[in-house]
Design a protein around this ligand. Structure first.
Ligand code: GP9
Ligand code: MN
Length: 398
């Protein structure tokens, strides 16, 4: 899900939820409320890479563009070797992020890109999510009938891409506050029409598109034996001042609270980093796994978690953890920063921010700094020097 950030979930304006569908799915399924994407400059493509391989993205270029010819042990290949047909679908051109090449490398049997869709409705970067999902479901139905196998499919959305300025095909979603002031209803327009307001309107649209997709899947009989996994690919890159507004705006006075005022939230750079989390949800219609996991988790953990849940084997090159069994997880970012349940460590300044006011020993911090550095280095070595291929070929020769 393009630029889908957790900040939009469980949020209401005028008594209306921004993401009613995601809120429902997160309650009915497994919901990781403290999940981070770990992308570098390769943004969407890095999210796809880390999701699929349980490796950190490259720190020197972008895997999809610069290291597309290496061998990777991917979740797609794991499902494939368990008898699944694998496909991906996305409304942009196949060369964007070099996906056509890299999706084949990662083990998708087929990539349906822009040319596979009728571009009958566009928003922002291209085909609207609603039109995309409308066309996706009959395609999946055909795949199921033709392949006569279980399937693993990836659907990549497009509409919620920055700058959220092409809104005419989206329903109005007023991000206003109406409050009672001296017996009069007064509507405050503070963020409505700003970047943040437009973002929420766009996320609301994406949520509707998701609802339509799930309903269509159900009507086509495709939902009964299917698990839906949803991830936000990275944060929306909305500037910090808007978050300050969200936390400190007072509709009664129509002012943003200042330091010293009652209820003022001192919104610092660390809180801003921590707010960059994205949703990760695993849902099935039968609500078989209903659980909210609040401890810290990240994109690198997806492969170990899903492969264990589905019983499709283990990947010995995975660097993440199964989120149903990990204790004291550490989520690393490409710049050497990391986050745990207790602290955010800034890899650039070496500063530590205590999330809940707990203290952490220096020893604990430096052990985790070492872990973060190793994780980045090992991932980058695997990518740069094609080490999985190396291991596989030396095994063959020995
Ligand atoms: C384009 C889309 C956007 O196809 O995935 O990529 P991004 O700019 O978010 O990396
Ligand atoms: Mn993206």
């Amino acid at each position: 899900a393009e630029s889908l950030q957790t900040i939009a979930l469980n949020r209401e304006f005028e008594g209306k939820e921004v993401t009613p569908t995601l809120n429902r799915l997160s309650k009915e399924g497994a919901y990781f409320s403290n999940f981070y994407s770990e992308v570098g400059v390769g943004t969407s493509s890095d999210a796809e890479f880390t999701f699929s391989t349980s490796l950190m993205p490259s720190n020197n270029g972008t895997v999809f563009v610069n290291y597309f010819d290496r061998d990777y042990n991917t979740i797609q290949k794991m499902f494939k070797s368990n008898g699944y047909y694998t496909f991906s679908m996305h409304g942009n051109t196949g060369d964007f992020w070099n996906r056509a090449t890299m999706h084949e490398n990662m083990g998708y049997d087929k990539f349906y890109s822009k040319s596979s869709f009728k571009i009958d409705e566009t928003i922002g970067l291209g085909i609207s999510d609603k039109s995309f999902f409308k066309q996706v479901v009959p395609k999946i139905k055909k795949i199921k009938e033709k392949q006569n196998k279980p399937f693993y499919g990836t659907l990549i959305t497009l509409t919620n891409h920055t700058p959220w300025s092409d809104l005419k095909l989206m329903d109005e979603f007023p991000t206003t506050w109406t409050v009672d002031i001296n017996g009069q209803n007064v509507t405050r327009d503070y963020i409505n029409g700003t970047t943040l307001g437009d973002y929420f309107r766009s996320v609301h649209y994406s949520d509707q598109a998701l609802e339509q997709f799930i309903n269509d899947m159900d009507e086509s009989g495709l939902l009964d034996d299917t698990v839906i996994v949803i991830y936000g690919d990275h944060d929306a890159r909305i500037s910090k001042k808007y978050y300050n507004t969200l936390y400190n705006y007072d509709p009664y006075t129509d002012k943003v609270k200042q330091e010293g005022e009652d209820g003022y939230v001192d919104y610092n750079d660390y809180m801003y980093q921590l707010d960059k989390k994205v949703p990760f949800i695993i849902w099935s219609k039968d609500k078989k796994v209903q659980k909210q996991i609040d401890s810290v988790s990240g994109m690198i953990d997806v492969l170990p978690t899903l492969s264990n849940m589905f019983g499709v084997g283990t990947n010995k090159y995975q660097l993440g953890h199964d989120l149903f069994s990990v204790k004291d997880n550490t989520i690393v970012f490409t710049d050497g920063s990391y986050v745990t349940d207790k602290i955010y460590y800034d890899g650039q300044s070496g500063e530590i921010y205590s999330i809940k006011g707990d203290t952490t020993s220096e020893d604990e911090v430096s052990k985790k700094v070492e872990y973060a550095d190793d994780l980045i280095k090992v991932s980058n070595d695997i990518i740069t020097y094609d080490l999985i291929k190396e291991m596989n070929s030396s095994k063959k020769n020995s």
